[in-house]
Design a protein around this ligand. Structure first.
Ligand SMILES: CSC[C@H]1O[C@H](OP(=O)(O)O)[C@H](O)[C@@H]1O
Ligand SMILES: Nc1ncnc2[nH]cnc12
Length: 291
């Protein structure tokens, strides 16, 4: 019998493992969408079962455009994950959002071009609601966890718009200034497809965004480089793990109701007798409760 974990954690650039995990077991899951980014580590944080997956692989071998988002979310669903806490390194697009600040975004703007970001197709059509792409209840827990994690001088931003760009090159100054003119808050390359797929999988999803740089727009700061991102992420990694542990405690004590948990209820257009058998089998995990 496979061990289950209702809480999944997806690790960012620079956060490839959770130091406090105990009772560790690695699971190598296969999915109809290929292999996940890495083996998933099952373990406990303060005796609460969780599943941890480093998004880019533990040795950071996957580009944002190469990330197997569908396999990662399918694997989390196999483990019966109901909540995903996603950690992410991000650049700041606002003067008031500084490196080492933490942001819990509530919106996304899609600037990706090359991502598989649906489980549907091949004979089944579904359109999930995505007006509020982040689960507000899980986001609230994450923001409260930042405040109760006892981190000195932490700056928390309880909302913000995350631009998800394709990469892997960072933005041009013209692009960065365009996103600023849209009033966007932070920029990264990974979270939007993940959030969409989590919603299709009826998993509640929220992001702990760790600000590492000012992208390339700020006249008084160097333009973003990998060195800057990783150095600041390293300075923040212990705090990020404290926040995640705190959020896991709060989540376990009081698991919130989430609209994400019934996202497919009115989303599927195709009648079940018209869905090709191979397609049904491929996404069985997601649709079985509606048959
Ligand atoms: C290492 S800088 C760019 C890289 O970092 C962010 O990754 P993640 O969201 O997994 O922390 C950004 O999205 C890029 O993938
Ligand atoms: N400035 C930036 N642009 C895109 N992704 C990032 N991840 C961290 N900083 C970033």
């Amino acid at each position: 019998m496979m061990a289950k974990a209702p809480i999944g954690i997806i690790g960012s650039s620079g956060l490839y493992k959770m130091d406090a995990l105990q009772n560790i077991r690695e699971v190598n899951l296969q999915t109809p969408f290929g292999d996940p980014s890495d083996t998933i580590t099952l373990g406990t944080l303060n005796n609460i079962p969780v599943a941890f997956l480093p998004r880019h692989g533990r040795n950071h071998t996957l580009l944002p455009s190469e990330l197997p988002f569908r396999a990662n979310i399918h694997a989390m669903k196999q483990l019966e994950v109901e909540y995903i806490i996603s950690a992410s390194a991000v650049g700041s697009l606002q003067t008031g959002v500084k490196p080492l600040d933490m942001v819990v975004p509530d919106q996304f703007i899609d600037r990706t071009k090359n991502r598989a970001s649906t489980f549907f197709g091949d004979g089944i059509v579904a359109h999930i609601a995505f007006g509020d792409p982040i689960c507000p209840n899980l986001a609230g827990i994450l923001a409260d966890a930042i405040m109760s994690a006892n981190i000195p001088d932490i700056n928390l931003h309880r909302r913000g718009t995350y631009i998800c760009m394709e990469g892997p090159a960072f933005s041009t100054k013209a692009e960065s200034n365009l996103y600023r003119s849209w009033d966007a808050t932070i920029i990264g390359m990974t979270n939007l497809p993940e959030a969409k797929l989590a919603r299709e999988a009826e998993i509640s999803y929220a992001t702990l965004a760790l600000v590492t740089d000012y992208d390339c727009w700020h006249p008084d700061h160097d333009s973003v480089t990998v060195d800057i991102v990783l150095a600041n992420l390293q300075r923040n990694a212990v705090n990020a793990q404290k926040v995640i542990q705190e959020a896991v405690k709060q989540l376990d004590a009081n698991p919130p109701v989430s609209e994400s948990h019934s996202a497919l209820k009115n989303a599927i257009l195709t009648s079940f007798d018209k869905i090709p058998t191979a397609t049904k089998e491929k996404i069985w995990l997601f649709i079985k409760k509606y048959l």
